[in-house]
Design a protein. Sequence first.
Length: 118
Amino acid sequence: TVFLTTHFMDEAQALADRLAIIADGMIVATGSADELIGAGSTNTRIRFRLPETSQLPDTFEARRDISAWELETDTPTRTLHELTEWALGTETELLDLEVTRRSLEDVYLQLTAEAAEP
């Protein structure tokens, strides 16, 4: 057994078979990178921009930051289908569409933020 400490999640994911995430001196999660990534509330992020004249319906429960909309989902195929169906039906262009899996860095930030809450 070798213990590796790092703040670089890509390094931890590449080198370790099992991981432990520590927050405030306590182990808050253990498992393989895939187990930790899969254990979260959502595994996939869909990010896109809309033309300035378009507004996304509330049914998508998306967050909007300064430049883009973001959806988090455990059912990316279904969500992407619903999103593209809406876009086609309203003749709205989905700009800069990205579909990404949640990263180990996302898991780390979520778990350490939860541990810091009173």
